[in-house]
Design a protein. Sequence first.
Lengths: 233, 484
Amino acid sequence: MLEAIQLTKQYGSHLALDRLNLKVEPGEVFCLLGANGAGKTTTINLFLNFVDPTSGKALINGVDVAADPVGTKRFVSYIPEHVMLYRHMTGLENLEYFTGLIPGVKYSDEQLINLLRTAGLPEEATNRRVEGYSKGMRQKVGLAIAAAKNAKALLLDEPTSGLDPKASNTFSESIAEMSAHGVAILMATHDLFRAKESGTRIGIMRDGVLREILRCSEISHSELEQLYLHHMN
Amino acid sequence: MFLREWKFFYKLPIFWIVLAVSWLSLGLGGWNGYKRWSSQVTQARLLNQQFEATLARRQESLSKIEKAFASGHPETIRPSNLIWGVTQPQFISANDPPVSVLPAAPLGFLATGRSDTLPRSYTSSAFRGLEPNAPTTDDPVALLIGDFDLKFVVLAILPLILVLSCFDLLATEREDGTLRLLLSQPTSFRRLLLYRASVRGVLVGVSLLVTIVALAFAVYLASGFIWTGRLAVYTTVSEAYLAFWLLAAVGVNLLGRSGTSNSLLLGGTWAIMVIFLPGMTPVLAEAISPTPSRALYIDLARAARLEFYNAAPDEQGRKLQEQTMLAAFFKRHPEWAKEPNRQSLYLASKGEEFNLEVEKITKQFDAAREHQDKISASISVFSVTATVDQILTAISGNSDARQATFLRQSLKFFSRQKEYFWPRIFRNEVFRTSQFVEIPRFAFTEPSTQEVFQPLLPLGLVFGAWCASLTIITLWQLRRKPIL
């Protein structure tokens, strides 16, 4: 579903991503671990065509995102670290606006409220302006936006950073549910614990290079930490 | 997509500000223009009615005299009426001279031009020539704040509203990160930007369209006539001018700068185009090609009048003056040399001599002003606003060109007056009731479409060049990847 082939991004003399080869299958949660500047966000940016690759390809559902940037976004949802919504609008209005950007998709108010409820947003908050929302609540609206798209792939850029453990756990449950529905998930994170808990596979990146890929089921928390530190030093 | 952006826009406080300011300024501008146009219509009608009413009164007096003669009782006639009264053609020509009145421009409610400050009617006395009637006294408040008419709203206020509502089409989203979430949806930056801009543009553009249609309807109800073709051109040019500003806003938004930078860039452009350049144009034109002051012109014209209309101090001097002027007059018009009414011939010669002298002075001033106008027109191409200003003023019919046409036609009318009255006056003919219908009346012929639009061609090309360059720059910017 998500595939990177020799994907490279260079900013001037700085090589942000070096010949990344990666494939995330439907129902798989692939966690990218790495320090700041490792190339995690660049990978996501390339899949979203926010930047053009210097060489190589990023494919979504078999289609090169550089060739069809708008079309490929029908198959992919994205939740950034900070879900920044329109503060003057309510959660429901935000969801309505963002889902309105998807051609051919029209949800009734009831369906939208249901999406927010499923994402875990308290019902009383749906008609409240977003300016009063906590980060966790905004993240839930982001999740609802992603779910509304019925996308086959999900890109997450440090989605649990700054969330309290409970909110983080709820978020992970939602991810697991989406994965169970066959969604291919690529998650960039610093959170080793969350990566081990939610992921199917983990990739450790450093200086734009994917150093190692591990199966979550084959490694313990402490082993993952040791490996991670090993790659970082 | 458009409806969604529309729904999004009206949830923003700026929507209500844009709506309120647009409608207030359009309403005020439209009302002011209509008021001015309406007062010009009334003024023209009153002047014509006044002239016809005076003639009717004279005709009635003359009819009484004719009836008295016919009934064999001429003793009932007041002697003064026979010696110097309605039976004398010079009485009609000199005491109640015919007037030439410039009717309100059919689209004058859309734009005030420089012609509005010039005389809108002339009396055309057979002896003294063409004399401007006193211009209408301007409203002191209007003089202080300028003409807040529809053209001013189109040229200055609506672009400002567009600039204020479009400087941040997606800049805040870029700054706080919402843009990444937006662009993760199957839409593109340029689509979002263009739809957002078009929503704002449609709001302002439709408001203008509604105002123009409402005004035109009011004018049609009042006058029973509207120039639909020119109205359509005026509307198209105005909307194209607004589209120019919208395009400029899109272009600036594409630079990927912050909202503050965008507002400074757009606000600065607005200030240069709308205020600075048009304001500096007359100053620069005056510096490059100075014209003599209007006070000097008035002084010279006054001196000429004193010279010709002040009688010489003694009898001998008066006689000499009369002889000299008549000699010159007969040299120009040998056909009148044998006519008996010497007094009228002298008055006509004095009027003509004075007119010739004033014409010399006027010519100098006109030539200087014309040269300065050309320089102003050349400088104004640097401001799209000044260019469109000239186009809209000309289309509305309040341009200097229409005023010049009016003056030309008035002068022609004056010649017809002379042709009609001079033989009758100089030959001491008696004026008859039946002749009142023959007295020439002035009817203004509007300049033809070709006369109006041909001079606008270079201005239209300049405006077209502005729009084309901006479109090319914006299209080129649209091809670039958005800065996130």
